[in-house]
Design a protein around this ligand. Structure first.
Ligand SMILES: O=P(O)(O)OC[C@H]1O[C@](O)(CO)[C@@H](O)[C@@H]1O
Length: 658
């Protein structure tokens, strides 16, 4: 057995550490207590870091991790030091002797790698794997206790240990008849209470029963939120806009999003809207996110300047876990839609975060189908054996590519424009979840976790970055195609329909990456010798092809669940906490410091001085910024309005608004 360095600098054999005296379990972790006031777990963790005694305390403590989770944590501490991991490392040499163009000649292998669940097809035959690779990956999953961790998630255990929270976004799309427990309470009735409230409210707005302050129906909705309070809803909205059933329901209605604190985004979001027909939904789990709250105050000012302060009651609603702050902001808690701290921001699209704006736009019935699609794949994920489990296979093959073959990125390439916001959403879900440097116990990872996700719909991407993925770096790809397009166009005289034309590329690209083109083939085509190196395609570049029957609210829900659960599989196997996001905190703190300084400099009309606590570079850059915008100085803060309302000569709002 290999000897490795344990988390507290101790030497350990595999994950059975040689513990310092007085400690009888691997919980010899460096104490940590985050300063963020959202964390209450620090004390509890420090309590259960004390070996057997600590474990006993944890079992007794309310909301402590269950013995199963304690064991799971223990088991995954040093996953990279297990024989299963080592076997995969050794297996890389075998795989390196293969080429996809040869592997693809084996029909039996292709059949083994072809999977189907409820009309979703996932073809993994273009991954650089053999039957043996799959077996070794399954062994790794077993060693990481993947099954137990999935069960722990669905059972509402506090698997988000740094925030001491359950991770139960799957409960958001469970049918009424299901029972899902968190902290001793069945959460499904609470979920449905909010869903019923959304249905009721959105029906009223859509039917014109709920009117604005001047008695007009509210046909336009602006959803203000950022990160998880924006990207998921935007992804689903973009996917449904061209679905004929959904579009029919959205006739005469508009849904816009305002995410960036950039006033340009405010201008774009409000451009052309009228206050009297606009409903604003402020979406923030915490109701403290600086960008969202400034945007909410800006849009509230836009509304009340026109309609008066009382209009907030009819024109502004909120989605949050923090109803106290919602009230303080001036929104009646009656007009707030709650969710719970067991829903991570980036996993919140199935809560009121997504369901409210989507129901306002498309009606609750369509939105409910989206929830049903997500639940459908959740059940597949929860129950299917690993060898047939599409999210598990997606996740484990992602680990194979990232960690063992050394390809750190993933290109998400939907061959449908309707999924153009899938990659940005998955970017957050994946990179905020799995972009971690330490294991669950706080020890530094001995490998790099996380994938670098990006993507564009095909065929646009083909004319952008595909050159690199064909002849430059190896970037594993996930191609997503649909059998039946949302829009049907077949022009007289054309060889194929427009959608078939698109899909020809879907099929061609995956094979071009896999098989490549050799110098021998090029010579046979009489390509001049000097050009052969330039025209050679090495091939052997892995991809997965996912084929959906069509793109509807239901299948969009299925895709969401495929990716969310794929990402969980990876985090569970890497042994990290996929459900916290401490990495976003430092930048926020520093921005506050800059904000305070900026305020002082602007109001006192002075520059940043070297003694203000910024380094030389930042001091210099800040001063150039302050000097460059001196003409924008105003004596005291005013309500400044966006877009066409700003006088571009003076850079000031028109006097009527000051
Ligand atoms: O919904 P909130 O609390 O405004 O947070 C928005 C986003 O900010 C983050 O906390 C950090 O980017 C995300 O995890 C979250 O989705």
């Amino acid at each position: 057995m290999q000897s490795v360095r344990g988390p507290a600098g101790t030497r350990s054999k595999l994950w059975n550490f040689n513990l310092p005296e007085g400690r009888s379990t691997p919980f010899c972790l460096p104490a940590f207590q985050h300063q963020n006031n959202r964390v209450s777990a620090g004390l509890r963790r420090s309590q259960y870091k004390q070996g057997a005694v600590g474990l006993a305390q944890r079992r007794a403590a309310p909301q402590a991790l269950s013995p199963a989770m304690v064991e799971l944590e223990t088991a995954s501490l040093q996953i990279s030091q297990t024989p299963e991991w080592k076997a995969l490392e050794d297996h890389v040499t075998e795989i390196e002797k293969t080429h996809l163009k040869d592997l693809l000649r084996d029909g039996e292998r292709s059949d083994l790698l072809f999977h189907e669940f409820n009309k979703i097809i996932a073809d993994f035959s273009r991954q650089r794997v053999t039957k043996k690779t799959l077996e070794l990956l399954t062994n790794l999953a077993d060693r990481a206790k993947l099954r137990e961790k999935i069960d722990a998630m669905f059972a509402g255990e506090h698997i988000n240990i740094t925030e001491d929270r359950a991770v139960l976004h799957v409960a958001l799309r469970a049918p009424r008849t299901k029972k899902i427990m968190a902290d001793g309470v069945d959460v499904v009735p609470e979920v449905w209470q909010v869903l019923d409230k959304i249905k009721d409210f959105s029906d009223k707005v859509r039917s014109g029963e709920w009117l604005g302050a001047t008695g007009k129906p509210l046909t336009d909705v602006v959803a203000i939120g950022i990160g998880g309070s924006f990207l998921g809803p935007l992804f689903v909205h973009t996917a449904l806009r061209t679905d004929q059933t959904a579009a029919e329901q959205a006739r005469g209605r508009n849904l816009r999003f305002l995410a960036n604190v950039d006033p340009v985004d405010v201008a774009r979001a409000l451009n052309g809207l009228k206050q009297e027909t606009t409903l604003v939904v402020v979406v923030s789990k915490t109701f403290t996110t600086a960008e969202t709250m400034l945007n909410a105050r800006t849009v509230r000012t836009w509304l009340t300047a026109e309609l008066g302060p009382a209009a907030v009651a009819k024109h502004m609603v909120a989605v949050s876990t923090n109803l106290k702050l919602v009230k303080e902001f001036g929104i009646d808690p009656e007009n707030a839609f709650a969710f719970w701290d067991w829903v991570g921001g980036r996993y919140s699209v199935c809560s009121a975060v997504g369901v409210l704006p989507l129901s306002l736009q498309y009606g609750f019935e369509i939105t409910e189908k989206f929830l049903q699609g997500a639940h459908d794949v959740d059940e597949h994920f929860r129950t299917a054996p690993f060898e047939d489990n599409i999210p598990v296979l997606l996740g484990m093959l992602g680990i194979w590519n990232t960690t063992f073959l050394g390809y750190p990125s993933l290109a998400i390439l939907p061959y449908t424009q309707a999924l153009s916001k899938l990659a940005p959403h998955i970017q957050q879900v994946s990179m905020e979840s799995n972009g971690k440097g330490v294991a669950l116990d706080g020890s530094k990872l001995s490998f790099e976790a996380g994938e670098i996700d990006f993507g564009e719909p095909g065929t646009n991407g083909q004319h952008s970055f595909y050159q690199l993925i064909h002849q430059g770096r190896v970037v594993p790809c996930e191609f997503i195609g649909v059998v039946k397009s949302q829009q049907s166009v077949y022009l007289k005289g054309e060889v194929v329909s427009n959608h078939d034309e698109l899909m020809c590329n879907f099929f061609a690209q995956a094979d071009a990456l896999a098989t490549g083109k050799s110098p021998i083939e090029l010579r046979a085509e009489n390509v001049p010798n000097s050009l052969i190196p330039h025209k050679t395609f090495t091939g052997n570049r892995p991809s997965t092809s996912i084929l959906l029957p069509e793109l509807t609210a239901f299948t969009v829900g299925q895709i969401l669940s495929l990716y969310e659960n794929r990402i969980a599989v990876q985090g569970f196997t890497w042994g990290i906490n996929s459900f916290d996001q401490w990495g976003v905190e430092l930048g926020k703190v520093l921005a506050s410091k800059v904000r305070a300084e900026m305020h002082t400099c602007r109001t006192k009309n002075r520059n940043v001085s070297p003694t203000d606590g910024f380094n030389h570079s930042t001091t210099k850059l800040l001063n150039r910024y302050l000097e460059g915008k001196a003409r924008l100085l105003y004596p005291e803060p005013q309500d400044v309005f966006p877009c066409d309302l700003i006088d571009s000569d003076t850079c000031r709002p028109p006097s009527s608004y000051v």
